[in-house]
Design a binder for this molecule. Structure first.
Ligand code: PMP
Length: 409
């Protein structure tokens, strides 16, 4: 019966209503197209990747002393790695952590965020998600049968209370923010803590880019304002700070009452993070940071130089100083962010991520990542973005003289 839909097969392959409402991660989907174009031999200036490429030593597992390297390990995470993470937060970010009861290491911070949500969200519960959000938050909330409540990007943090309802369970933020590079101020974090305290909410703070801070900017770990972890879950990752996104190692820090629940989820979903890689990270924890920190600083400086190039071209970027991302405004262009990114890819072989992936209020932006391309190629991309903004802006809006970046770096 080739070609005929078969009723039993239709039933067998029917997917859940829950998953029908979930879309692919826009950035990952977009990057799959870029991978395909590259493997077909095209040279794409790739400003769409969610990572910075560092020079790292190829890992040698020789001499690792952790026992059982090929096997499952403790489902909270290797004790030595937990101890080091507790010290990293305790001495580096004023957040005291008990490595035995308050940390869980798992297969990436993406999984850690999902497990935290799964542990606290009942069907119909709401989670407040400020835009621009990291695009997996709403999908993960929906996967937990919760309801994401988006906050448009122009609403100040100090107005978030008006999004709280009787069903609100949590607020999730990304500090520093992917894609804007915004670092939450002390006043903003204090306000969010008060909000959590007043309404009995959980504050989930994703700090995956906490090392990507320029000199002079102050990064405050939200957990340091709630050392007893009464309402704060801190999530972090080795992916960005250590430049090893493919290793899939992330972690969270939370009240023991929550980690007890999250541990069950971790045990039933992934058992443990990859043992041999966690052991390598534990044994080289500080050496590796010594290798990545100078490269992180160069990347952040590049980010801020590129922000200056856009400003020179009269192109705005959403305010921010950190990470390796810029959220670039499309000015007077008549294109929406999907059309803009599509044309940039087809006509100039430059990939950026459409802003719509980061929230409905962000369709006038595209995300540019400077983590994986040379300065010279990024400069070419800035000129191409300016040209596309200008050529798609109705005539009366383009009175500005052309300038600098096309001459190179
Ligand atoms: N949070 C943010 C804000 C991210 O940008 C990313 C990756 N792009 C993650 C979490 C996930 O990181 P991982 O799962 O690799 O730890």
């Amino acid at each position: 019966m080739a070609g005929q839909p078969h009723a039993a097969t239709e039933r067998s392959l029917r997917t859940s209503r829950l998953m029908e409402g979930i879309t692919q991660a826009l950035s990952v989907q977009h990057n799959n197209v870029v991978y395909d174009m590259k493997s077909a031999g095209q040279d794409i200036i790739t400003l769409s990747l969610g990572e910075a490429f560092f020079d790292l030593p190829l890992p040698s597992f020789d001499g690792l002393t952790t026992p059982g390297l090929h096997h499952y390990s403790h489902s909270r995470g290797l004790p030595e790695l937990r101890r080091l993470l507790a010290k990293y937060y305790g001495s580096g970010f004023a957040l005291p952590v008990d490595p035995d009861t308050e940390v869980i290491v798992t297969a990436g911070s993406k999984a850690a965020i999902y497990m935290a949500l799964m542990a606290i969200v009942d069907p119909g519960d709401q989670v407040i998600v400020p835009e621009p959000y990291w695009l997996s938050y709403p999908a993960q909330i929906r996967m937990c049968q919760g309801e994401p409540v988006m906050v448009p990007h122009d609403v100040p943090v100090f107005d978030f209370e008006r999004f709280v309802t009787a069903r609100t369970r949590a607020v999730i933020i990304n500090n520093p923010n992917n894609p804007s590079g915004h670092v939450y101020t002390r006043a903003e974090l204090e306000y969010l803590h008060e909000l959590a305290d007043r309404h009995g909410l959980l504050l989930i703070v994703d700090e995956a880019y906490n090392e990507f801070i320029p000199p002079g900017a102050e990064f405050i770990s939200a957990g340091s304002l709630d050392p007893e972890k009464r309402h704060t879950v801190t999530v972090n990752s080795m992916s960005k700070n250590y430049g090893v996104s493919g290793w899939r190692i992330g972690y969270l820090i939370a009240n023991e009452r929550l980690t007890e629940q999250i541990l069950k989820i971790n045990q039933h979903l992934v058992t443990c993070a990859p043992t041999i890689l966690a052991a390598y990270l534990a044994e080289r924890f500080d050496d590796l940071l010594d290798v990545t920190r100078p490269q992180i600083q160069r990347t952040v400086q590049l980010r801020n130089r590129v922000a200056g190039w856009f400003a020179d071209e009269g192109i705005d970027t959403m305010p921010g100083t950190s990470t390796f991302y810029l959220f670039v405004h499309l000015g007077g262009s008549g294109l929406d962010s999907t059309e803009f990114a599509g044309r940039l890819l087809r006509e100039s072989a430059i990939s950026v991520v459409p802003g719509i992936g980061y929230g409905d209020s962000c369709d006038r932006y595209v995300r540019v990542s400077v983590g994986s391309e040379s300065e010279e190629r990024i400069a070419r991309a800035v000129a191409a973005i300016r040209d596309l903004v200008e050529s798609t802006t109705p005539e009366h809006l383009t009175s500005r003289p052309r300038s600098r970046v096309e001459s190179g770096v």
